[in-house]
Design a binder for this molecule. Structure first.
Ligand code: HEM
Length: 498
């Protein structure tokens, strides 16, 4: 194999597959008790790679580490220092970061069940299995070394809601396509496309800037034998290559609160209730976007899912899909505005093209630097919107998403999408509101309110919904390094000396 081709046997499968056929899953959060036994287990752990098989495997397992986990495995500090700053700080590590991510008020790390400074996991083991096989898989990995190696801090459940997230909307539709064949040249790609350079998701490959993301590179000596070579630094070995960063957040959803609020706003008219909820998401419950689908693939790239073939080109005033809708915030496609573009007139100037020669480039190219590969799973029992609006609805279960996304640059991808687009109360010309699903509604000093949702109307003032409650609460979270498989075996070598 030439060094240019991707070695799928070295990539963890989650980067290539969502394991949709493996409908049972559980995410184990572990603390390392004994580094030597943990290393022994990791050295031969049956981690599933990204090689495509004729028949999907009946089970799969993925492994990832926090910074604290790498330290517990005795990886030398100078090597750990080569990882990105945000991975090293952790999701909860700085007040400023918590503010940007919206982790304040009820979302504050001090209330998290796991993560935060008190309960930091070391290792994440993600188990996937066909129906009925998860328990057996879990027992099989817990070999004699397991109990002395690890303490199970938490075991995050998931449930199979058949591709529908707890609020009742089809999920897992829009995903970037990865350029596994390495055909895409990054420079001058201005038009919106769903195809992303491999380096946006895999460390050790060029990203959308044509650059390699920083990661630990090691001298080519006897200690680094087995690691892949660094493509951009001849003579060095690459601990990051074929790996990535994985963001995990446990997000609890108030399903009853969401539908009862929509119902009150709709004066209990079921159709108006559906429309309002769909406007908040940007798609109908069946997954159809509020924008018309294009008859042609966008920029020649056919999306994996047919309901993803659209842009916001024809909706410059947000009357079809509100600017603040969840999917328009989390991926504005070709309708993002440069910072500082607030208010009707400013937007108009930009729309008319009077704002400078590079504007079109600004609008269209920025989204390609902020794509996320989402791999989350729902948890909790199903509660339909029709049940949720009943005044006597007895809902005792907890609902939510174990939100997982993979990206090579946590700050430019996850943190940007979460902070600048989803949580920001000034986005795309709208103010005093944040994401209608995810916003924490915390008042900001100097800002009147943060709990609006505006729906632009054809030929009139926007309709403004006020007083949105908080529907989603963060229950835990952490940043992990998802190593390539050779890097995983390398990490397993760092047990303490006898
Ligand atoms: C409880 C929390 C959440 C719920 C209920 C939710 C729900 C949804 C739904 C229903 C869709 C449309 C279906 C699809 O395209 O797959 C979607 C899309 C998306 N969500 Fe979320 N989401 C949540 C959290 C998040 C978070 C935390 C992020 C990122 C920080 C995020 C980023 C995205 C992105 C990037 C898309 C695709 C947008 C597009 O390309 O059109 N979501 N979400």
């Amino acid at each position: 194999m030439n060094s240019y081709a991707v070695d799928y046997s070295d990539v963890q499968g989650l980067l290539r597959f969502g394991y949709a056929a493996l409908t049972e899953a559980s995410f184990l959060l572990l603390r390392i008790r004994d580094a030597r036994d943990a290393s022994a287990w990791l050295a031969s752990a049956p981690v599933t790679n990204a090689v495509k098989l004729d028949k999907a495997p009946p089970t799969a397992m993925q492994v990832a580490f926090t910074r604290e986990g790498l330290e517990a495995l005795h990886l030398p500090p100078n090597i750990i220092a080569g990882f990105s700053d945000e991975f090293l700080s952790g999701m909860w590590g700085e007040e400023n970061r918590s503010h940007r991510l919206g982790d304040i008020g009820k979302n504050s790390p001090e209330y998290w069940r796991w993560g935060g400074s008190e309960k930091v996991p070391h290792v994440l083991v993600m188990l996937y299995a066909q129906k009925g096989q998860l328990q057996a898989r879990r027992e099989a990995i817990q070999d004699p070394a397991w109990d002395t190696a690890f303490e199970i801090m938490d075991s995050l459940p998931t449930s199979d809601l058949q591709g529908v997230e707890p609020f009742g909307f089809t999920d897992g539709i829009s995903e970037p396509s990865l350029d596994w064949e390495r055909q895409r040249t990054s420079a001058d790609q201005v038009a919106y496309t769903n195809l992303s350079c491999l380096g946006e998701f895999l460390l050790g490959y060029p990203n959308e800037y044509g650059k390699y993301t920083d990661r630990p590179l090691l001298p080519n000596d006897s200690t680094s034998v087995g690691l892949p070579e660094a493509e951009d630094s001849p003579g060095m070995r690459d601990l990051g290559r074929n790996g990535s960063y994985l963001v995990l957040r446990q997000l609890q959803q108030d399903v009853r609160g969401f539908w009862q609020f929509a119902d009150r706003q709709a004066r209990s008219d079921p159709q108006a209730r559906e429309q309002l909820a769909a406007s908040m998401v940007g798609r109908n419950r069946n997954g159809d976007p509020l924008m018309p689908l294009s008859s042609q693939p966008i920029d020649g790239v056919k999306p994996a899912h047919p309901s993803n073939q659209f842009t916001y080109d024809s909706d410059g005033n947000g009357t079809r899909c509100p600017f603040g809708a969840h999917i328009r915030r989390s991926n504005p496609r070709n309708a993002d505005f440069p910072p500082g573009t607030t208010g009707f007139f400013s937007r108009l100037i930009h729309n008319l093209g009077f704002a400078g020669t590079d504007l079109r480039q600004d609008i269209m190219s920025s989204t390609r630097f902020h794509r996320l590969l989402r791999r989350g799973r729902e948890y909790g029992p199903r509660l339909s919107p029709e049940q949720a609006v009943q005044p006597d609805c007895s809902d005792t279960g907890e609902h939510g998403i174990q939100f997982v996304c993979i990206n090579a640059n946590i700050s430019r991808q996850f943190e940007f999408v979460q902070g600048a687009w989803i949580m920001n109360t000034k986005f795309n010309g709208v103010t005093a509101e944040s994401d209608p699903l995810l916003g924490n509604r915390q008042p900001i000093p100097g800002c009147a309110v943060t709990d609006n949702f505006s729906l632009p109307q054809e030929g009139g003032l926007p309709r403004c919904i006020n007083g949105l409650p908080q529907f989603v609460t963060v229950r835990g979270g952490a940043y992990f390094f998802l190593p390539g498989i050779r890097a995983l075996r390398y990490l397993a070598m760092h047990s303490p000396p006898t």
